[in-house]
Structure formats: C-alpha cells, structure tokens
Design a protein. Structure first.
Length: 204
C-alpha cells in the first residue's frame, strides 16, 4: 500500500469517528506525504453524503486553517464536472458503472433514493481530484469508522474489491487505522470484508 493511500484512509477514518483534534495534527503529515490540498478537500466533500454535513462541517474550518497557514490560496479550483441540469443523469451513469445495471431507475424508488443519485453520485462521485478507487476506499473508511452501517459497508467493500482494492488492501487499511477507532468496529469491518470477498470471488 502506498503512503498516499495510508494518508487518505487515515483522514477518512478520522472524519468517520469525529476525531477533528487528531485530524488537525495528522493533516499536515498527510500533506507532507503525498496528499495534495485538492485531495485533502475532496476527502471532506466525499464525506458529506455519508457522514452528514453536521459531522463534516468542523473539519472544513480545520482544514482551511491549516491550508492557509501553509500558504495555500483558497478557494481551490473547482473540481465539479456536473450541473444542476445533468447531475441526475450523470449520477445514475456513475452509480451503474460502480454498482451494476441493477441500479438503473434507482432514483425513481423514492425521494431519498433520488437524492442519493443526483447528490451523492451526481455531485460528488463525478468530481475530479480523486478517482473511483480513491473515492470508494475513503467511503469504506467513513462507514467503517462510524459503525452501525454494516449493510452499506458490505456494498462498498464489494465495489472496492471489484475496482481493484482487493481483500488484502482493505485488510491493511483496517489494520493501520485500528488505533483511531478501536477493536470492535475494526473487527466488524474485517467480518464485512471477508463477506464481500466471498460474494465477489467465491470461497477459497
């Protein structure tokens, strides 16, 4: 695993478990070890739909303060690629690409379903700055760290594996972040990754 992947996962775990004070300490370390300012901010934007703005909001101020202190000009260049007119269409395309054809017309199943497609996938997954593998990896980290969302964690673990973030990679991600979330949630994540790998690749 690259040092960049370790740093991105750490930032995502700290978001998921609400460790804003530790995030303030570790963000400069991440920026010194392969994570760009754009990538650091994209980890925040990606988190909004999974953790909620109320949880993520304090991290924006902390991140902006650190970037400003390091001489980074804010705001950063926009990474958005969609508009209000095409976000639903592009969101569905992205959701199908990542999760499969069964996601077609998912937005028609309810109001929150539509928001998931146009906002989560149309507004965030389509952004530049992080690729699909990065976004799925940090999403796995948010959900694992907050706990209690194992069905969603399973879906994203399966997608990670299909994208090339294999079982070994995800296990290393979990192991390196045990100090931040403790053993119970980490063990739950291990169980989910084993289930996901079996679903994608079959039993050994």
């Amino acid at each position: 695993m690259s040092i960049r992947a370790k740093m991105l996962s750490m930032l995502a775990y700290l978001l998921g478990m609400q460790g804003v004070d530790k995030h303030k300490v570790m963000l400069p370390v991440a920026l010194d070890n392969g994570v760009s300012p754009v990538e650091a901010k994209e980890v925040l934007y990606q988190a909004v739909d999974y953790l909620g703005l109320g949880r993520v909001f304090p991290f924006f101020k902390a991140t902006n303060d650190i970037l400003t202190a390091r001489g980074v000009d804010l705001p950063l260049a926009s990474q958005a690629t969609t508009t209000m007119e095409n976000r639903l269409e592009k969101g569905e395309e992205t959701q199908i690409r990542l999760f499969g054809p069964q996601m077609k017309d998912f937005a028609k199943k309810g109001t929150i379903n539509k928001w998931l497609v146009d906002n989560c996938f149309g507004d965030y997954y389509t952004r530049k700055g992080l690729d699909d593998r990065d976004r799925e990896m940090v999403t796995f980290c948010y959900i694992a760290a907050q706990g209690g969302c194992e069905p969603q964690l399973l879906a994203h673990a399966q997608t990670n594996i299909k994208l090339g973030n294999d079982k070994e990679f995800l296990m290393k991600i979990i192991e390196q972040n045990v100090p931040f979330i403790g053993h119970p949630r980490s063990l739950n994540a291990v169980t989910v990754v084993n289930q996901a790998d079996e679903a994608v690749n079959g039993k050994d």
